[in-house]
Design a binder for this molecule. Structure first.
Ligand SMILES: NC(=O)c1ccc[n+]([C@@H]2O[C@H](COP(=O)([O-])OP(=O)(O)OC[C@H]3O[C@@H](n4cnc5c(N)ncnc54)[C@H](OP(=O)(O)O)[C@@H]3O)[C@@H](O)[C@H]2O)c1
Length: 243
């Protein structure tokens, strides 16, 4: 399926993996609505850089803890500026360590809002814009942990598992008009401040013996968006770490 001219929304698109996906979509000739939370400067710089290459881009900020309101705002902004969206990529995320004894209402509420309720609300508003006969595509950014859950980041991992289930259920509920898939990255970009020693030990546990990079995610994203017979799948981009 050709991507040129298809309109995309990317949440958390101002920085890191989100920004790499935004740039790749714009390079494919896709108008992109870049959602950001707090990274206004980075979002605007990215938009200016891409616009200078002839890409059509727009930015919109919304706090995804307000799931319904942010979903309406983001999809509406896209409709008004770029037209009806064909692609929705839910990449915005938070990531902190946590275990049962340190995880209370506040942590559960934040993680479930950002990783589950906001993507669900975005999917709802997104599919409402679908014109009859038109195909849409949703991609959820998950984590290798959804394929092999383990302790250490409790609310993060549980909420990403819930998001993976949402993707697989919506792949059925929204078929045949909407394809829904997930990408489960492994070690791609470490959180800021991660020590070299920690990174080396982590790489030693990966069968392919290296960290991935945003380009690995971008290749998978483009494959999934071009496909017209792949839905409900979770593609691990982990170097085999979850095995
Ligand atoms: N990095 C990795 O190696 C890795 C590994 C496994 C899975 N993943 C998944 O891949 C995706 C991209 O990873 P990443 O590391 O690039 O993500 P990230 O830097 O952790 O987060 C992406 C963006 O999410 C936005 N965000 C967080 N809370 C928000 C809120 N309340 N409202 C609005 N936006 C909010 C932030 O936007 P602002 O800065 O604009 O506030 C942030 O820049 C994520 O879903 C992540 O879980 C990444």
């Amino acid at each position: 399926m050709s991507l040129k001219g298809r309109v995309a929304i990317v949440t958390g698109g101002a920085a890191r993996i989100g920004a790499a996906m935004v740039s790749a979509l714009a390079d494919e000739g896709m108008p992109v609505c870049i959602h950001y939370g707090r990274s206004r400067e980075a979002a605007e710089e990215l938009a200016v850089r891409l616009a200078a290459t002839g890409a059509k881009v727009t930015t919109v900020s919304a706090d995804l803890r307000e799931s319904d309101a942010s979903a309406v705002k983001i999809v509406d902004h896209c409709l008004q500026t770029l037209g009806p969206p064909d692609v929705l990529i839910c990449s915005a995320s938070i990531f902190e360590p946590g275990e049962l004894t340190t995880t209370f209402d506040d942590e559960w509420d934040r993680y479930l809002a950002i990783h589950l309720k906001a993507p669900a609300a975005l999917c709802r508003e997104f599919v409402r814009t679908r014109a009859p006969g038109k195909r849409q595509h949703i991609l959820m950014m998950l984590d290798g942990r959804v394929l092999r859950p383990g302790p250490g980041h409790l609310a993060y991992a549980v909420s990403k598992c819930a998001l993976a289930s949402l993707a697989r259920i919506l792949a059925q509920e929204l078929a045949p008009d909407v394809q829904v898939n997930g990408i489960a990255p492994g070690a791609i970009l470490p959180p800021e401040g991660t020590s070299e020693d920690h990174l080396r030990r982590a790489e030693a546990k990966i069968p392919l013996r290296r960290r991935g990079n945003p380009g690995d995610i971008v290749q998978t994203m483009l494959y999934l968006l071009r496909s017209d017979f792949v839905t409900g799948q979770i593609v691990a981009v982990t170097g085999g770490e979850e095995l």
